[in-house]
Structures are given as C-alpha cells and as structure tokens.
Write a protein that binds this ligand. Structure first.
Ligand code: ZN
Length: 134
C-alpha cells in the first residue's frame, strides 16, 4: 500500500549550489548526503516528506543524461510503501512495466524500485520501503 510521498527527486548539475539555495533562501538544510558510483545525493526534509537532490557523477550517468535531454528539475516521485516485494508483485500482476523487477538497495538502507515511465504517462515513479524500524 502506498501511504505517502517519501521524497521528490530533483536532477541538478551542481548539488552544492542547489543545497545553498535550499539552506539559505528556503531555510531547509541538508540532513544527509550519500555518494554512489552513479550519483551524489542530498536529502532535504520538508515536513513529512523530502527533496532528494541528485547529481550524476559522470557525463553519461543517467541523471546527467536526463538533464541533457530535459534540463534540470523534477526527475521522479517516490511513494512510500509498507511492503515493496508485495507492491511490485501486485503491479506486475496488473501489467505495469517495471524498471526494477526486484527491489534494490537505496539510500539509508531502504529498498527501492522504479516503475517504467512508459507505463506511467511520462512520470518516473519510485517505490520506497524504508529500513525496518525507521
Ligand atoms: Zn528517489
């Protein structure tokens, strides 16, 4: 079951610059950073949800390619689910195209999976199951 928007993913070219905008202009400081081979990520809580800033590590990282095609801005919306395996099974049974057939590890030890935007009218949708006990 989906019960809230976990975060909104925003693709940016220079994460430090955008963090400054959030901290200094919007008074919303970063509360967590992570780096993978593909992305630099910064989490900015906003009430019960969060903004997830994403910067590609290389010019051919998916986020960098997204910006090249569509410009900076909203990249995906992440819905929080209580059981991601079950949610994926249900969606598969309903014929929804998935990018991730199986959940993979996301930030903060969460389990994540993306639906294919071809089946969701252009918006990239992420499902997130937070780490147990969080
Ligand atoms: Zn995300």
């Amino acid at each position: 079951m989906i019960y809230k928007i976990a975060h909104i993913g925003v693709a940016v070219k220079n994460i430090e610059e955008v963090e400054k905008l959030y901290a200094e202009v919007l008074n919303l400081p970063v509360r967590g950073r992570e780096e993978s081979k593909e992305n630099k990520v910064a989490f900015i809580p906003v009430g019960d949800t969060a903004i997830e800033l994403l910067q590609g590590m290389t010019p051919d990282a998916p986020i960098a390619r997204f910006i090249e095609k569509k410009g900076e801005g909203i990249h995906h919306i992440a819905y929080q689910v209580d059981n991601i395996e079950k949610a994926l099974e249900e969606m598969k049974a309903k014929g929804v195209a998935l990018i991730d057939e199986k959940p993979r590890r996301g930030a903060h030890n969460s389990q994540i999976a993306f639906l294919h935007p071809q089946g969701t009218y252009g918006l990239l949708i992420e499902l997130v199951e937070p780490e147990k006990g969080h």
